[in-house]
Structures are given as C-alpha cells and as structure tokens.
Design a binder for this molecule. Structure first.
Ligand SMILES: Cc1ncc(COP(=O)(O)O)c(C=O)c1O
Length: 297
C-alpha cells in the first residue's frame, strides 16, 4: 500500500535506478515520471506516441532501449492521450524488456476506465510477470483522489526493494481509508462496468461539444481525458490558448506540450487536453461555452 500511485511510482523508481541509468517512457508522459527520474539522477529516454490513435512508433521504441535501460515505465491506459495499448504493443514491450533485462513498472491507475476495449494488464503477457510491478490507485476508479490510497504488486524481491524505500518516504498512510477501499475493491464487476459506461457517456458529451466548437477531436478509448487539435481553429500554440481559455469562455484545459520534453513539445504543439470526470450538467455547460469560442478568437 502506498500514498497514492504517486508514492508507488516514486518508491519504485528510487528502488530500481541509480544516477546514470536510463528509464524509458512513452511521450507525452504523466508529469511525476520526469520529476522522479530527475530526482534519482537518472536519464529519461522517451519514445513518441503518435496521433491519431496515440500508439507508439515501434521502431522508435526499439531504438530507445539501450544497455543502460533499467526500467520501462509503462502507463496503460495512458494519461494524457487516453490510449489503451493493444496486446501487440505490450508483447513488444515485454520482449524488449527481457532482451535488455529491464524492470517493467506499469502504471495502470485507469485500468477500469476503458470504453469498448479491454484493458490488458502487462503482467499477464507471457514472460512479463517475473519482471513487472503493477501500480494502481483508488483515486481514479472511485474518484477518491484526496484519499491518496495506492498500491502495487509484483514478485516478492521487487516489492521488497520498493518497500525498503517506501518505509523512509511515508512509512504508512490513510489506514482507515485503506479499509474502505478494500470494501470497494470487493464490489461486483457490474459496479466497475457501470463506472466505465457513465464515463463513456460523459466523454461523448464533451467530444460532441469540442467537435461543434471546431476542434479536431481524438476520441479516447480510456482514462477521462480527451485531446483535441487546435489547428482547425487556426491556433498553432495550445499553451497560448490554454492561458486564454478560462478568460475567453470559462473553461480550463491543459496543453499537451507540458507533458513532453522540448522535441515532443514541438510535435504536440497544437494539442490540448480536456477532462470529462465532471457532472453531466457541467460538461453540457462547457460544451455550450466552447460553442462561443470561435467568435471570440
Ligand atoms: C498516470 C497517472 N499515474 C498516477 C497518478 C497519481 O495517482 P494518485 O492520485 O493515486 O497518486 C495520476 C494522477 O493523475 C496519473 O494520471
């Protein structure tokens, strides 16, 4: 048990990497990855995910591995793109991790939030279990982000190394919340499919609003994030639009370049990430406000 997935990621990276080692992630990447890799003094190597489906460029992924790759930090379903990786991508990641003897650290906090596709835990791919640590969290599934209850699982020797770090980060946290989350985890499958179908409906409301507002919309297969291209509205720089959007229409979004290193930031320069983990009426109001954007630019 960890203080959210955030601590699981930190403790695992600090357990497995030394200064000079390399950690491979896809890009764009969830922001805490870069921060912790930097704190550990390791090198953050990335392989791009490419629009429209945000699947990896497999050749680039292959050449991003090296003898110094200690950890492949996978995030599936993926924040910020909403991609859910198919079996063939996971199989290739596992083959490469085995070839370079890297640990697979798999952040699966959005495991239950998929729409019409099945999430495949990487640890279930043949040859992966003995080198995989899987991370999840109550934050996304139960919408209890503030409780900071996370967990990880994997082979005993890898978990022992992580526990050794974790005891000096927080020792323990949120014990009464852990009991509550244990009850939640025992709920029947219908509870989990219900969360996903409610969220899919919300995705569709926001996607329709964004399309009507003139954005190019990349409909996600998982998570509660939706990415749009601002170029069809004549806007090249999503960072600039993200700064202005609250004032223009009272809606906030995160520019995708902030989840990238400089080269990736250039590649994703016109991409903007919206979140749909909101009440239906809030999403409808957002869609109505976004419809007025074109006239205000
Ligand atoms: C991919 C990913 N991993 C981890 C986290 C952090 O999870 P927690 O709130 O459980 O620390 C987030 C939160 O946004 C996330 O998107």
């Amino acid at each position: 048990m960890t203080t959210g997935a955030t601590e699981a990621i930190a403790a695992a990276l600090l357990a497995f990497i030394e200064p000079g080692d390399e950690v491979l992630t896809f890009e764009p990447f969830y922001d805490s990855y870069g921060a912790i890799i930097g704190l550990a003094g390791a090198k953050h190597v990335t392989a791009p995910l490419l629009a429209p489906d945000f699947l990896p460029d497999v050749d680039a992924m292959e050449s991003a591995f090296s003898e110094r790759t200690k950890v492949v930090l996978l995030n599936n379903p993926h924040n910020p793109t909403g991609a859910v990786f198919p079996r063939e991508v996971l199989v290739r990641v596992v083959e490469l991790a085995r070839k370079y003897d890297a640990v697979i650290l798999s952040d699966e906090v959005y495991e239950h939030l998929t729409f019409g596709v099945q999430h495949l835990p990487v640890a279930g791919i043949p040859g992966a279990a003995e080198r995989s640590v899987t991370i999840s969290s109550a934050g996304k599934t139960f919408s209890f982000t503030g409780w900071k209850i996370g967990w990880l699982s994997g082979p005993a020797h890898l978990v022992a190394a992580i526990r050794t770090v974790k005891q000096f980060l927080s020792y323990s946290s949120g014990t009464p919340f852990q009991s509550a989350i244990a009850v939640g985890l025992a709920l029947p499958d219908e509870f989990y499919s219900g969360i996903a179908s409610t969220l899919q409906h919300k995705r569709d409301i926001l996607a329709e609003g964004l399309r009507a507002a003139g954005f190019g919309v990349y409909t996600p297969q998982g998570t509660y994030f939706i990415n749009v291209d601002t170029a069809p509205l004549g806007i090249r720089d999503s960072v600039d639009l993200a700064r202005k959007l609250p004032e223009l229409v009272g809606v906030a979004a995160i520019p995708v370049p902030v989840f990238c290193h400089p080269e990736g930031a250039e590649r994703t320069r016109s991409l903007l990430r919206f979140a749909f983990c909101k009440k239906t009426e809030v999403l409808e109001e957002a869609a109505a406000r976004l419809a007025t954007l074109r006239n205000k630019l």
